[in-house]
Ligand binder design. Structure first.
Ligand SMILES: Cc1cn([C@H]2C[C@H](O)[C@@H](COP(=O)(O)OP(=O)(O)O[C@H]3O[C@@H](C)C(=O)[C@@H](O)[C@H]3O)O2)c(=O)[nH]c1=O
Length: 176
């Protein structure tokens, strides 16, 4: 008799309440958004200091988009914390902790957002991040970083997406 194929069992990914069980990099926070639809359209709050999401002020904000098939990153900052709100389109957001003194040093997080699952992500300085458009239309986010952009000397440090220094492959997963 032929043996069964070596299929791999699924592991738990969410609680019965639908919460992700992925443990996050130290200092990374995720707040899923509430979208208010009515017959005229949607409304969704991006950020409020009243949420107690973090204790840093709103000082600057910008809008960015990622075209289908494109990925922005790997990027890290040394001074600012990013607070990215994923608003439109489908994103895969990958984080990598590059802080040797962090309890989660070299930990990777993979997060997903879409029009049906908007959310705010806090990304501390020293954490590499990349945002990939995994959809078919422009994907848009708003960043509300804790420091204004220094046009003359940007607080931004990059690695190529295919760097072997970060254990992640952006190639599309084939099914599974
Ligand atoms: C971030 C930023 C860029 N710029 C300019 C600089 C440049 O000419 C153009 C594009 O900038 P960048 O190449 O830095 O933008 P981009 O690569 O789209 O960067 C974005 O990538 C994702 C992953 C992030 O994490 C965000 O912080 C943001 O940096 O916009 C501003 O004028 N103000 C800003 O606040």
């Amino acid at each position: 008799m032929n043996p069964e194929l070596p299929a791999v069992p699924d592991r738990q990914t969410v609680t019965p309440q639908g919460q992700s069980i992925q443990s996050l990099i130290d200092g990374v926070k995720v707040r899923l958004a509430v979208t208010h639809p009515d017959e005229r359209g949607d409304l969704c709050e991006l950020y409020s200091t009243a949420w107690g999401f973090d204790d840093e002020p709103m000082v600057y904000a910008y809008f960015a988009s990622v075209r289908p098939g494109q990925t922005k990153g790997w990027v890290k900052h040394l001074l600012q914390t990013d607070r990215l709100f994923f608003a439109l389109g489908s994103f895969r957001v990958v984080l990598y902790d590059d802080r040797p003194d962090s309890p989660t040093y070299q930990k990777l997080n993979v997060l997903h957002f879409s029009d049906r699952k908007r959310g705010l992500v806090r990304i501390p300085a020293g954490v590499f991040h990349a945002v990939q458009n995994v959809g078919t239309v422009d994907a848009c986010f708003v960043n509300n970083p804790t420091r204004a952009y220094n046009h003359a000397q940007p607080d931004k440090y990059r690695l190529p997406l295919d760097t072997p220094l970060i254990p992640f492959d952006f190639a599309p997963t084939l099914g599974g």
